[in-house]
Design a protein around this ligand. Structure first.
Ligand code: PLP
Length: 397
């Protein structure tokens, strides 16, 4: 079986540097919040800054899920964090569960919004309707969690003004999109994901565009008041010193060894994002030339002004196409494929009682039945892509 994501190819490129970095941490002994953590935070801030935006601060944390919860806690959303049990947080129905899980865990209400087929991301029109409906249901709209699914930024040019008008904060769930870029309306500069919204969270889970060798995450924000709270929350709500607890917190720290590994991976990350553009463009060409598009397969689209981090290369199969058979045919040719995500969150057992927009989330439900992600990583060889495209195109009818 070829790897779906080839982490070993990447490791071979920088194996001695990673081994040396890990050894340094073991020898200096600062395993928790050691010097590599501060160095990584400063390098990540540098990475997400550009001429068109102020430099965001970075607070690393133990995972993307922790990062999302920490921001909601810092904003006092939900009954656990000092807010109300009626606080509504708007989430797309088509996303990984963590986006909505954190909302319910802080004691707020995840309110499901539909997505757009072209981008897989939150529909601004559905969001606008959901905000009005939530108010009518007696909920208190607080936050929008826009997800940058599969590596591409959500439509922030439309979402930010809708949120601003309703007085909501925007939390960008960029777990899959670190390294991506976006151009906001009225600007002629692409800016890095991590520099839009009130705060952005990313994940360093191994399979993510920038992954560590375990769990990890980071939060970006230009709001210094938020940054101070986040640093306190990730250390059990500490105050001036460690044994003074001035708010509820968690153990949300990134391990120094993971920071040391990420520092090494960051040195080749911009190049890897470039390589991913080439792999995606090659899939586009092969799948068009070999007839998949003519057979009704929809290729992933990147909106003008966006740069995708290409965490996934996800196609939409034609209506009526037997996805299970396509997956089986790929598998019998030793080609892995994945369905992200087979069940929209509003249909999950743990989430089906939470509210959703009155018009429904039909696009999310249709995508859940038709999406398929093909192997994607920076080191995917052209010949391998040709084989994948050939088997895939043969399997579509
Ligand atoms: C959209 C999205 N949000 C949040 C997360 C959670 O990140 P982590 O696995 O680092 O907790 C993920 C991870 O897959 C994700 O894809």
């Amino acid at each position: 079986m070829i790897p779906f994501i080839d982490l070993q190819a990447q490791r071979q490129r920088i194996a001695p540097q990673i081994a040396a970095a890990v050894t340094r941490v073991i020898e200096h002994g600062g395993y928790v919040l050691g010097p590599e953590v501060a160095e990584l935070e400063s390098k990540l801030s540098e990475f997400v800054s550009s001429e068109s935006n102020t430099i965001p601060h970075t607070v690393t944390c133990g995972s993307g899920t922790e990062g999302l919860s920490m921001v909601l806690m810092a904003w006092g959303v939900g009954s656990v964090s000092g807010g109300s049990a009626k606080d509504a947080v708007f989430c797309p129905a088509f996303t990984f569960v963590a986006t909505a899980e954190v909302v319910a865990l802080v004691g707020a209400v995840p309110f499901f919004v539909d997505v757009e087929e072209d981008s897989f991301n939150m529909s601004p029109a559905s969001l606008a309707a959901a905000i009005i409906e939530a108010k009518n249901q007696g909920l208190i709209p607080r936050v929008v969690i826009a997800v940058d699914l599969f590596g591409q930024a959500a439509n922030y040019s439309a979402i930010l003004p809708i949120a601003a008008e309703a007085g909501l904060r925007v939390l960008c769930d960029a777990a899959q999109a670190f390294g991506g870029e976006v151009t906001l309306a009225g600007s002629n500069h692409r800016q890095k994901i991590g520099s839009v919204g009130h705060a952005t969270v990313t994940s360093f889970f191994p399979a993510k565009p920038l992954g560590c060798y375990g769990e990890g995450g980071a939060i970006f924000s230009c709001d210094m008041d938020l940054v101070v709270k986040l640093k306190s929350i990730r250390a059990h709500g500490m105050g001036e010193d460690r044994y003074q607890n001035i708010r509820l917190g968690i153990n949300g720290r990134l391990e120094t060894i993971q920071a040391a590994i990420l520092l090494q991976k960051l040195t080749i990350f911009a190049d890897e994002i470039d390589l991913r553009q080439g792999v995606a463009a090659h899939y586009d060409r092969l799948l068009s030339d070999m007839g998949a598009v003519a057979k009704g397969v929809k290729l992933p689209r990147v909106a003008a002004g966006n740069l995708s981090a290409w965490a996934q290369y996800t196609v939409i199969l034609p209506m009526g196409c037997d996805r299970a058979r396509v997956i089986a045919e790929l598998k019998s040719a030793e080609i892995p494929s994945m369905v992200y995500y087979p069940i929209p969150l509003n249909r999950q057992v743990a989430y089906c009682d939470f509210p959703l927009v009155a018009a429904g989330v039909g696009v999310s439900e249709s995508l859940a039945e038709r999406v398929l992600s093909l192997p994607m990583h920076p080191y995917l060889a052209v010949e391998t892509q040709m084989r994948i495209a050939e088997v895939f195109c043969r399997a579509i009818f």
